[in-house]
Design a protein around this ligand. Structure first.
Ligand SMILES: [Zn+2]
Ligand SMILES: [Zn+2]
Length: 147
């Protein structure tokens, strides 16, 4: 199996799982909402020694006395979650180069889930190429880096 790789949006921080993560979930708690700026965080993780930093390393914010969260100090991408003393670490699922690789298997923090989340699949929907003007799309310079 090819190792799972990922990193932040700007590419300053890159990682590799030398063993496949053991679990994958979403969390709706208020801590994860603030840490991501989003309705939930998708996290996939395993043993700390199975995750290696192949470029840079995340900056750390201690969101509580029990948990540290890693992020890229250059571009702000949320990257990791680690509960003290657990021997485990998780990465944000969609920071993986292949976010389809680790679909969530469990939900946490459901007491804080925002009321509108379950309805978003029914909202009017468009592909990017349907709303972005072709001339604008042609001018775009993408600063997102993977690999
Ligand atoms: Zn970055
Ligand atoms: Zn949470």
């Amino acid at each position: 199996m090819a190792h799972l790789t990922g990193g932040c949006q700007c590419g300053a921080v890159r990682y590799e799982w030398v063993e496949r993560p053991a679990y994958s979930s979403v969390c709706y708690c208020r801590m994860c909402q603030k840490a991501s700026g989003q309705p939930f965080m998708g996290l996939t993780g395993g043993r700390r020694e199975h995750l290696t930093w192949t470029r840079g390393a995340p900056a750390i914010f201690r969101s509580s006395n029990l948990v540290e969260r890693g992020f890229c100090k250059d571009c702000g991408t949320p990257l990791t979650y680690a509960f003290d003393g657990s021997g485990r670490i998780s990465v944000a699922i969609n920071s993986l180069d292949d976010p389809e690789a680790m679909p969530p298997e469990k939900q946490y923090g459901t007491e804080s889930k925002v009321s509108w989340l379950d309805g978003i699949h029914a909202l009017p929907a468009q592909r990017t190429d349907e709303w972005m003007a072709k001339d604008k799309a042609a001018q775009m310079v993408n600063n997102q880096r993977s690999g």
